[in-house]
Ligand binder design. Structure first.
Ligand SMILES: [Zn+2]
Length: 309
């Protein structure tokens, strides 16, 4: 790992202020200090989302009811199943907060500064990411890249380039496997930690936000994110540019009701292709940046707009 990685000043107090966690042993060996993510470093008190607390209480009440009055057990079973369906529905709704806190809009202070956040998922991509970086540079704009750990290991220089040009890299999981939302707690944790360690090692900056594939999540995610000191960040609006190759349609979806505080989701990786076989987000971005400028909206990174918890 090159020592000139941006933000890789692990031995200084400044690094700690940036949220770079050190291994306790590494702190005494500055030459070997790595910006490793320490999954066990800061155990925080565990807060179960209110909906999950209510579900636990609901199950206990149903258990007692069925035990006291056995004829009621089919009803209790149905009531438990209904509860499970509700939790699954919450997990399949990207902008829902049912399973725990979910950032879908920038905080009030950022809104009052007319800030918005452009976020790019599924990179790094050797073809699209450099062109996205050039377009952002031309507009003097900062953005947030939710990178896939597995791809970051394949293109580490590209990930370093994202940070070197003033943007932030955040955690989009390691495998980006479609089944992630069905993973049990151990496997899900391993996937998030692998991406976290990869991205922190490459950039010297520890991701602060996690975005699950498609925004889908299970009841295991919120407790894990609390343990790993990550915050769930979804979006206000998306153009579905991973599926829609028509730039005008993608642009319209993103620009409709555009206003301060919006978090917009685009893709640098796995973007749908236009008729001219270029990633559609590259066609949409210049127009979108122009619209933001005309509306006097200021693109910032999520990390800049959302203060640490
Ligand atoms: Zn994704």
């Amino acid at each position: 790992m090159p020592s000139e990685a941006p933000g890789h000043r692990s031995a200084s107090p400044h690094a700690a202020a940036e949220g770079v966690l050190l291994h306790a042993s590494a702190a005494h060996q500055p030459m070997q200090a790595h910006a490793h993510v320490h999954a066990h470093a800061a155990p925080r008190p565990w807060r179960l989302a209110p909906a999950l607390r209510a579900s636990v209480a609901w199950h206990a009440a149903l258990g007692v009811t069925a035990a006291v009055s056995p004829p009621l057990w089919p009803w209790a079973l149905g009531a438990a199943a209904a509860n499970h369906l509700l939790l699954v529905a919450g997990g399949l709704t990207p902008r829902s907060s049912l399973l725990g806190p979910n950032i879908v809009r920038l905080p009030a202070a950022a809104m009052s500064r007319r800030e918005v956040a452009l976020t790019f998922d599924d990179g790094p991509d050797p073809e699209a990411t450099p062109r996205v970086l050039d377009l952002l540079d031309e507009a003097g704009t900062r953005a947030t890249f939710f990178c896939i750990g597995r791809l970051a290991r394949r293109h580490p220089a590209l990930v370093r380039e994202i940070v070197a040009r003033g943007h932030r890299v955040e955690n989009h999981g390691d495998s980006h496997a479609k089944a992630t939302a069905l993973y049990g707690p151990r496997r899900l944790r391993a996937d998030i930690v692998a991406a976290q360690e990869t991205l922190a090692d490459i950039t010297g900056q520890r991701p602060r936000f996690f975005r699950p594939l498609g925004g889908f999540r299970s009841i295991w995610l919120d407790p894990l994110l609390q343990q790993l000191d990550l915050r769930l960040a979804c979006w206000t609006r998306r153009g579905f540019d991973a599926a829609e190759g028509n730039a005008a349609i993608v642009y319209r979806r993103l620009a409709r009701n555009l206003g301060p505080g919006d978090i917009l989701l685009l893709h640098d990786g796995q973007a749908a292709l236009t008729a001219a076989r270029t990633p559609v987000s590259l066609d949409v971005l210049p127009r979108l940046l122009g619209t933001l400028r005309e509306a006097a909206l200021q693109p910032v990174t999520l990390a800049d707009a959302v203060p640490p918890a």
